[in-house]
Design a protein. Structure first.
Length: 93
């Protein structure tokens, strides 16, 4: 847990030294886990109060989930393609 707080403090310090301001309202935290290697007794670090923790995140159009699988991204692409095909059929009729 101390590593998370230290890393977050470093990011805030880096932003301030580069004349930037970290917007905690739009920032998200994602933790990556290899589920097959994770033991049941192992606990995740408690979430920060100022940054929301999420299980999946869209980064530059790519959906990344906490287990680093492509299922969420592929599902998103298929849903997008399906709606575009439906729209093209409706406008063509």
């Amino acid at each position: 847990m101390h590593v998370i707080n230290d890393e977050f403090s470093y990011v805030k310090l880096w932003a301030a030294s580069n004349n930037l301001q970290l917007n905690c309202g739009t920032s998200h935290e994602i933790m990556f886990w290899l589920h097959r290697l994770r033991r049941k007794s192992e606990q995740r670090a408690p979430p920060r109060t100022d940054i929301e923790r999420v299980d999946k995140l869209t980064i530059l159009g790519v959906v990344v989930n906490s287990s680093l699988t492509a299922t969420d991204h592929v599902s998103s692409l298929l849903a997008s393609c399906s709606s575009l095909l439906w729209a093209s059929r409706v406008t063509a009729s």
